[in-house]
Ligand binder design. Structure first.
Ligand code: GLN
Length: 492
């Protein structure tokens, strides 16, 4: 078969079960495509050829023995922020360019248990700080829809591999939008689960109270398959929730669209910088949902103006603390010929971290320093609580909240965004992390340059099933999610 990369996860699963092809054939097919196409997209930091083929053979053997699960033998790409035993885990940084993880992140281990085959590790903004994937030590990943555009970030590699058909699905992490925004920029579906639904163990920390891992794929259905693997309690992560996991695939049609109340926050549609085409596509998608039975309800989210300042205080504060472990002593990059211990710290960190990471460390240490702590950090935590309460009040009125995922479509590579401008682009995604809520982004059309637009749906706590179900039913009635990026079409 030559079109294995065009199959959905369900189709792959059925094909493997019916012995139409083996995991070995499927994996070789993807590895060949990666070798051919990825030099243009530049999405993989590491391709794990031998590991993948060995896992594929093991998966085929399990299947022969009648021990396969629905996902046994299906390839996956992991964001290079998930620790993978024996495989380089860089977080897109020179600091960790030489780091071979001695253990697997829980998400990776769960993938192995389910029989997933690891194709490799994919590019990202350095330490997940950014919205373009340009801040990676390994250079910029390209957007498969238009190679002179960014795929978004920080999970830009995860989005690009799926959009270019270089992996059937991928893992991502989302601290302030890093699953949803690249999904939006690359015409994919991406789910940021409730904080605590997916284990953070073995995920290189950015901002621990905001970080959450989730699936990125073409459709809600494909995401549901990966969510079934990723979700669950983990004793190794004290913030992971001991709560029964739903069967996200079985629940894909469980939410009734008829009568579903979708909140439309007034403030969100009046944001300066909201692109006209993005607004139009999002409104069209809401009309479609209305046709399918949903009821649109205008709501207020009065804290909207506080999102960016609050997030860009709390996230760098936590980052500055998390990144203090990279000192040139224990692991990671070490400067040559240090004069003394201070020189070792200073130069290892100055040479090992890129500009955006250094900027965040400076903001964070400043906000946490004695004398400023109450004025900045404590205040930001109070505002964070108000933002959460704003959402909870809204959920007394509505079932889900709709928003654009990002105010624009994908930026041009190198479009010298100044940092503050880039931070403003996170307006629709970051409040969800501050509140710990789940949210999904789904493709709903294109702008005048044929770049994808994403609709975001935000749910109440633990409503992952509901979000996936709403998007699944929208995708049954539309076909935006099955459109292929230019480079995928050229290499169909
Ligand atoms: N763009 C946001 C930031 O730079 C979000 C990144 C993320 O979710 N990891 O912090």
């Amino acid at each position: 078969m030559t079109d294995l990369h065009r199959l959905s996860i369900r189709e792959i699963s059925e094909g493997l079960a019916a012995a139409k092809f083996s995991s070995r054939e499927l994996t070789e097919h993807y590895l060949k495509r990666i070798a051919k196409i990825d030099p243009q997209v530049r999405s993989y930091v590491t391709v794990t050829n031998e590991v993948a083929l060995a896992q594929a053979d093991a998966a085929d053997a399990l299947r022969q023995a009648g021990q396969a699960t629905a996902l046994t033998g299906i390839p996956v790409a992991h964001k290079d922020i998930f620790c993978t035993q024996g495989i380089k885990t860089s977080a897109g940084s020179k600091m960790l360019d030489n780091f071979i993880s001695p253990y697997d992140a829980t998400v990776v281990a769960q993938g192995k248990t389910a029989g997933l085959v690891t194709l490799g590790k994919v590019n990202m903004d350095e330490f997940a700080m950014g919205s373009t994937s340009e801040s990676s030590f390994y250079g910029a990943t390209k957007n498969p829809w238009a190679l002179d555009h960014v795929p978004g970030g920080s999970s830009g590699g995860s989005a690009a591999v799926v959009a270019a058909d270089l992996a059937p699905f991928a893992t991502g992490t989302d601290t302030g939008g890093s699953i949803r925004q690249p999904a939006s920029f690359c015409g994919l579906t991406g789910l940021k689960p409730t904080y605590g639904r997916v284990s953070r163990y073995g995920i290189i920390a950015y901002a621990s109270s905001l970080d959450q891992a989730g699936p990125m794929a073409r459709s809600a259905e494909d995401c549901a398959y990966l969510m079934n693997v990723m979700a669950g309690h983990d004793a190794k992560d004290s913030t992971s929730m001991d709560k029964a996991v739903e069967d996200y695939v079985a629940n894909l049609n469980a939410t009734a669209l008829k009568g579903l109340r979708i909140g439309i926050p007034k403030q969100y549609f009046n944001v300066a910088g909201l692109d006209a085409a993005v607004k139009a596509r999002v409104e069209e998608s809401l009309k479609k949902l209305e046709e399918l039975g949903a009821v649109l309800v205008e709501i207020d989210l009065n804290m909207t103006e506080s999102y960016v300042p609050t997030y860009y205080l709390i996230a760098p504060a936590e980052a500055s603390s998390n990144l203090s472990r990279y000192d040139g002593v224990r692991y990671g990059y070490r400067a040559e010929n240090p004069q003394d211990i201070l020189d070792l710290y200073k130069r290892s960190r100055s040479e090992g971290f890129g500009a955006e990471v250094q900027r965040r460390i400076l903001i964070g240490t400043y906000a946490l320093s004695a004398g400023y702590y109450d004025a900045y950090y404590v205040k930001a935590q109070k505002v964070r609580r108000l933002i959460q309460q704003d959402f909870l009040k809204a959920f007394e009125q509505v079932d889900v909240i709709a928003a654009p995922t990002a105010p624009t479509t994908a930026y041009k590579i190198g479009a010298s965004l100044d940092p503050v401008e880039m931070y403003l682009g996170d307006i629709y995604t970051i409040a969800v992390n501050l509140a710990g809520l789940p949210a999904i982004s789904a493709p709903v059309g294109f702008d005048q340059d044929n770049l994808p637009v994403g609709l975001q749906l935000i749910g109440n706590y633990w409503s992952e099933s509901q979000l996936l179900s709403v998007v699944h039913q929208y995708q049954q009635a539309t076909d935006w999610h099955s459109k292929r990026a230019a480079i995928a079409e050229e290499n169909a």
